[in-house]
Design a binder for this molecule. Structure first.
Ligand code: 4NP
Length: 159
């Protein structure tokens, strides 16, 4: 199962989501079964590490995202991933608008997919402060619980 988390810049929300989901999945019975990546709909930060506030906040929670580098969503992602999981509704709209003909990947709001909140968005913390980054982390940490439950179900695993 291959999951791609998508936000706007791929330096705040989606790298944190990638880091938290990877850490939680690898510590679960799903270890080794799920491939994760993240991307941005925009190209402003391609090649950059995550925002330093996102790195610092994740590190406070024991998650190291400093080695990640931003990339832009590409046409091949629609072939290579099972799910494109979006941080907010604008991201989801952009992802759907860019879908190439015959795209295989399905798309959803990340928090919906994880059964965390219906119609829920991960708010962009880029222009905010530490409290906004902490809120994003908490949302994504809860989402990881839901992701693990859903993945276990989809892969027919118990416990
Ligand atoms: P992200 O946050 O989508 O969570 O990575 C943003 C990062 C950069 C910009 C916007 C949002 N930007 O406009 O550069």
């Amino acid at each position: 199962m291959r999951l791609l988390v998508v936000c706007l810049g791929n330096i705040c929300r989606s790298p944190v989501a990638e880091g938290v989901l990877r850490a939680r999945i690898e510590a679960s019975s799903l270890a080794g079964r799920i491939e994760l990546d993240s991307a941005g709909t925009g190209d402003w930060h391609v090649g950059d590490p995550p925002d330093r506030r996102a790195i610092a906040n994740a590190a406070e929670h024991g998650v190291d995202i400093s080695g990640l580098r931003a990339r832009q969503l590409a046409a091949l992602d629609y072939r290579d991933f099972d799910w494109l999981l979006c941080a907010d509704k604008a991201n989801l709209r952009d992802v759907r608008a860019r879908a190439p003909k015959g795209a295989r990947a399905r798309s959803a709001l990340l928090l919906d997919w994880c059964n965390t909140v219906t119609d829920g968005e991960v708010p962009d913390p880029y222009t905010g402060g530490p409290a906004q980054f902490e809120h994003v982390f908490q949302l994504l940490d809860r989402a990881a619980d839901g992701a693990i439950a859903r993945l276990r179900e989809e892969l027919g695993l118990r416990g």
